[in-house]
Design a protein around this ligand. Sequence first.
Ligand code: PLP
Length: 349
Amino acid sequence: MQKYNITLHIKREDMSGGLELGGNKVRKLEFLIADAIGRECTDVVTIGGEQSNHVRATAAACCIHNLKPHLILRTKKVNLSDEYTGNILLDRMLGANLYTCTPGEYGRIGSHALVERLCVQLRKQKNTRELTKKPYAIPVGGSNGLGTWGYINAVQELSEQLQKEEISIDHLVFATGSGGTAAGITLGTALKYSGTSKCPNLHAVGVCDNEDYFYRTIANISEEMGFIPPSIKSKATEDYIREHLTVHQGKGIGYAMSTAEELDFITSFAMETGIVLDPVYTGKALYHFATNVLTSGEEFENSTILFWHTGGTLGMFDKADELLPTLQQVAPVKKLDVYGKGDPETIEI
Ligand SMILES: *Cc1c(COP(=O)(O)O)cnc(C)c1O
């Protein structure tokens, strides 16, 4: 970043809510779990990838509020009973009921239908207090109209922090997956800054699908929140979103799959800043932004960028095997040679 004389600020959403709730999903769950409690639900059903941060945060939020979590994980693995890596370790320690489906089933049936089908089954069951279960369905990533209010709040929080620290930012960069974070940041920023000179340029880096998919998804979520494009009535919501946010491609070789370059970037970033990104969202987003977007235009020279670290660090454990060759280079391990035997792999003290 030195080459472009950029000042980089990072909002540490990875630290919000503690390890179990940490990351951006806690903001959506604040609203969703409140709704589940308000409707007197007993159980919560949600769905995500095998290492889903959303699913793990949902399980933790359920335990805090005495709701029973049911998590559907999309996985190629036949069986997850012996799995305990990263987020799955926490899902299981939190006592969640885990269910699996294949990527094919997920694609054919759709995440909403899978969640709904499980809800139908749960409604036929009674819980330990002999009450009929009342499940609450949360969509992928908690990205519906209600959950997204969490990010309207988040923009307000950020603007207060920036004002207090007297920081003015030119660009705001973040990862997008299920679209709720991007929708909330776009609408929140429009509410807060629209028409002022302080309005930062928004850059969402997609870690799956393609740019058009994200514009459409973000527009759909915005409409679910009741958004109507201001004044220019003839304009579609999607046009409004396209005007206020740029989506960049950052999926690399595929969702949750890492290249050696991405993992090297995450390791160097950790070494330079002490901040650990994640392989699925934040690491990819910042890597692709730095290598493809920053290099593409002069608009970034001498600018102030804020990167929204949306969490996910537990996902790093899933990449331990792929990381090992790099770790052996950047962090060699030597045995202390306390008896002065002079073995080549040791160090004398
Ligand atoms: C879910 C997630 C995102 C993306 O947020 P969406 O609202 O799903 O687009 C970004 N970073 C991390 C770490 C996440 O877990």
